[in-house]
Design a protein around this ligand. Structure first.
Ligand code: SF4
Length: 131
């Protein structure tokens, strides 16, 4: 997840003596312990709302799931997809450089055209954001 919200400073689970691993533990007894701590937490309502889309862990005293195998699989799938996109972007940038240097290979020209379209979309986005 994302950026840490300001209210997290007030969270009971942010106290230095609290073991944060309880909130993501695979042991039911430890998860129960985390839920009990959440019940006393001054920001539990904000936390529950914040974690409402989470698929695992405990948020505002609500157990969002403990299917860690599924969570790991989803995480691995996302990491693979992110890597695939990063590789494609690197190929597109590289093709643009090669096309600028005179490479006329059809695959290079195709990817260089993708680069140009992305660049133009970026320009349009910044123009509309500025106006
Ligand atoms: S409600 Fe629980 S998980 Fe949320 S901030 Fe408080 S202690 Fe942490």
């Amino acid at each position: 997840m994302n950026m840490i919200p300001e209210w997290f400073e007030l969270a009971d689970c942010a106290k230095p003596y609290v073991d944060r691993d309880l909130w993501y533990s695979e042991k039911p007894s430890e998860r129960k312990e985390a839920v009990e701590i959440c019940k006393q937490c001054p920001v539990h309502e904000l936390c529950e709302e914040y974690g409402s889309d989470e698929k695992w862990g405990i948020w505002g005293g609500k157990d969002r799931g403990s299917d860690f195998e599924r969570a790991r699989r989803e995480q691995a799938k996302r990491a693979k997809e992110n890597q695939r996109r990063a590789n494609y972007s690197a190929r597109v940038r590289d093709a643009h450089r090669r096309a600028q240097a005179g490479d006329t290979d059809p695959e290079t020209l195709h990817l260089a055209a993708v680069y140009e379209r992305r660049l133009e979309r970026n320009r349009q986005y910044h123009r509309s954001a500025a106006s």
